[in-house]
Every structure is written in structure tokens, then in C-alpha cells.
Design a binder for this molecule. Structure first.
Ligand code: HEM
Length: 313
């Protein structure tokens, strides 16, 4: 009898050890780590942020490249820049910058929530959430080391993060979906493609000396000032997968030999302050002609973001 209990206990612990984290548990994790009862409506990740609006202007011959009617004409754009993590006072010098977008034309909508890094720390939600749990926590250094040992993607993402400096302005940052979408070509055949937003003003970082001089809160004011001088523009490109590129792993870097298709330009024009800070940017909001990425993180994000959005309503 004693042995049966022991075997049962062992089986239960194996099941728990191998069970994957759920979107609800992930939302609980963010609320536990970053939630603030005094401010229940704010986001619990990418909390610090601000909004701007503008337009997407397609290239003239876009129909020769993609069958995505939303992109055929000018569309409205709402964008939110953010810093990763749930600290509303996070330093702008932190390396994780987010860029969320809504492209709308009254009939269809395409939402994005992109990052300045091209790769993520893991292929699965388990690894990514564990990484978010331990990174930057001095009491969890050992767990971070264990995670790094088990998953090379964690070290790769950290090393990559170290190469990112402090931007001169958010107008000088490239943003990446990491996920691989399936986008219809002009004949309706699906192409595997990541999407990137390349700053027209170039990717420019501060020198170490300059970075020491700027405070922790300069990027919002800087972008507001940039917008007073003219629009802040990004070129939107599809980056097509080569035959051997993984399409189901947001922690996998592709070689730099991929064909790019220019789709059009985001022209951001108006500073909107914190007006969209509680809006939901749902990556699964896709237009006709675009199918969801097949990796295991994309749908998980949609479910998690819907839960955190509901909780802060
Ligand atoms: C398992 C993986 C991930 C988890 C658990 C996660 C979790 C979250 C959560 C809870 C939010 C707040 C959503 C809200 O309440 O509105 C958020 C926002 C955000 N996430 Fe993720 N995320 C993941 C992966 C990613 C990836 C792969 C990217 C981009 C490549 C990304 C970029 C962003 C951005 C830019 C925002 C801010 C969106 C906004 O401005 O509203 N996240 N994330």
C-alpha cells in the first residue's frame, strides 16, 4: 500500500513537472509580480508607454506582391511605444522596447505588438515566462543559470540584448515581429514571412558617454519633439523565410540572406500621450490574406493578453 502511494506521488510530481504553464497562470504571474491594487487599470507588462497616430501608405504596386486588401489603400495607424516589464517608472535605457500597432481601414484591422529584438528567449511560453520570472531578480540567479544551461536560446537572447544600446530616439529603432506570418502572395499562395519596421531615420544609438548623460525618461519627450519637426516614418517589410529557416520558433535567428519585400511606409504624425495606454493590441487580430503564425507562443499571447485586458477593465 505504501508503495502505491509513493508511486502515485511520483506520478503526480512528474505530471506537474512536465505540465505547461497556462495563459491564466501567466496572467496570475504578471499580476503577482507587477500588479498594483492602487492602479488596477494599468497594463501589467509593457506598463510604461505612450501613443502616437498616423497612417500607413502602401507602395503603389503592392497588389503585385501581396493579396492583403487592407494594405492596398491608405489606412489609419495607432501606435504605442513601451518598455518591457511591469515597472511604470522603468528606465528608457532598458534594452527591451516595444512597438504596438493597429492598422485599420474601417473594414479590417491588423494589430501588432513587436520588439526591438529579432529573437526571443525561448521557443515555448514555458521558457519565456520562466525567463521573465528570473531575469533581473538577484534572488533567482541560480535558477537563471539552470535555465541558461538547459536552453541555449536563453543565453543567445541575453547576448543579443547586450548588443543593443540606448537609442537616440524611438525614431531610430527597428521593430520586429519575431513571429512568422503566412501572407498571401498576389496569386493567393502563402509565403512564410517575419515582418520588420525599419526606421527611415536610420538605426542610431547614443555613445556610452551620451547615454550616461540622458536621464531615465527622455524617449517620450524626444519623440514628441521629433513629431513637431515632421512625421516619424518606418518602412514595413516582409522578410521571407529561406527553405531551411525555422518558422515555428521565435527564438531562432535567420541568416542574413533573406529576400525582403517592401510593403509601404508608416507615417506617424500626432503625439497622443497616454490616451491608448489601456487599449488592447491583440496580435491575433489579422486581416484577410494573412494567417496566424504556427509557433506555440502566438496563440498563447492572444489568450494571455485577452485575460490581462479583461482583468484591468
Ligand atoms: C510567452 C510569451 C509572452 C508573454 C507571456 C507576454 C505577455 C505580455 C502581457 C501580459 C502583456 C500585456 C498585455 C495587455 O494587458 O495589454 C504584453 C504586452 C506586450 N508584449 Fe508580450 N508577451 C509574450 C511575448 C511577446 C513577444 C514574442 C513579443 C514581440 C515580439 C511581445 C511584445 C509585447 C509588446 C510590444 C507589448 C505591449 C503592447 C501594448 O503596447 O499594448 N510579447 N505581453
Amino acid at each position: 500500500m505504501k508503495y502505491i502511494f509513493l508511486i502515485q506521488a511520483l506520478l503526480v510530481s512528474i505530471v506537474f513537472a512536465t505540465e505547461s504553464i497556462t495563459p491564466t497562470q501567466t496572467a496570475d504571474f504578471f499580476y503577482h509580480k507587477f500588479g498594483d491594487k492602487a492602479d488596477p487599470h494599468r497594463k501589467v507588462n509593457h506598463t510604461k508607454g505612450f501613443c502616437v497616430s498616423g497612417e500607413f501608405l502602401p507602395r503603389k504596386d503592392i497588389r503585385e506582391f501581396v493579396k492583403v486588401p487592407l494594405l492596398y489603400t491608405k489606412s489609419e495607424v495607432l501606435a504605442r511605444y513601451s518598455i518591457g516589464g511591469g515597472n511604470p517608472k522603468a528606465s528608457d535605457k532598458s534594452s527591451a522596447h516595444g512597438f504596438a500597432l493597429k492598422l485599420k481601414n474601417g473594414k479590417q484591422e491588423w494589430d501588432f505588438a513587436t520588439l526591438n529584438s529579432v529573437i526571443n528567449s525561448g521557443k515555448t511560453p514555458d521558457v519565456i515566462v520562466k525567463f521573465l520570472e528570473v531575469i533581473g531578480d538577484p534572488t533567482k540567479k541560480k535558477e537563471l543559470q539552470e535555465l541558461i544551461k538547459k536552453y541555449p536560446s536563453v543565453k543567445r537572447a541575453m547576448d543579443y540584448g547586450d548588443t543593443i544600446g540606448v537609442p537616440v530616439s524611438l525614431a531610430n529603432v527597428q521593430f520586429n515581429t519575431q513571429h512568422v506570418y503566412r501572407v498571401s502572395d498576389s496569386d493567393g499562395k502563402l509565403m512564410n514571412a517575419k515582418i520588420i519596421f525599419v526606421p527611415q531615420a536610420g538605426i542610431i544609438e547614443l555613445s556610452e558617454k551620451e547615454a550616461k548623460k540622458v536621464g531615465d525618461d527622455f524617449l517620450e519627450k524626444r519623440l514628441e519633439a521629433d513629431l513637431k519637426k515632421g512625421s516619424v516614418n518606418y518602412y514595413m517589410y516582409l522578410v521571407l523565410a529561406n527553405p531551411k529557416d525555422p518558422v515555428d520558433d521565435i527564438s531562432a535567428a535567420w541568416e542574413n540572406t533573406n529576400k525582403k519585400i517592401f510593403l509601404g511606409t508608416l507615417e506617424l504624425k500626432t503625439f497622443k500621450g497616454n490616451s491608448c495606454n489601456t487599449d488592447l493590441f491583440l496580435p491575433g487580430m489579422l486581416p484577410n490574406g494573412v494567417q496566424a503564425p504556427v509557433d506555440s507562443v502566438f496563440e498563447f499571447r492572444n489568450q494571455t493578453y485577452s485575460i490581462t485586458h479583461q482583468r484591468r477593465e
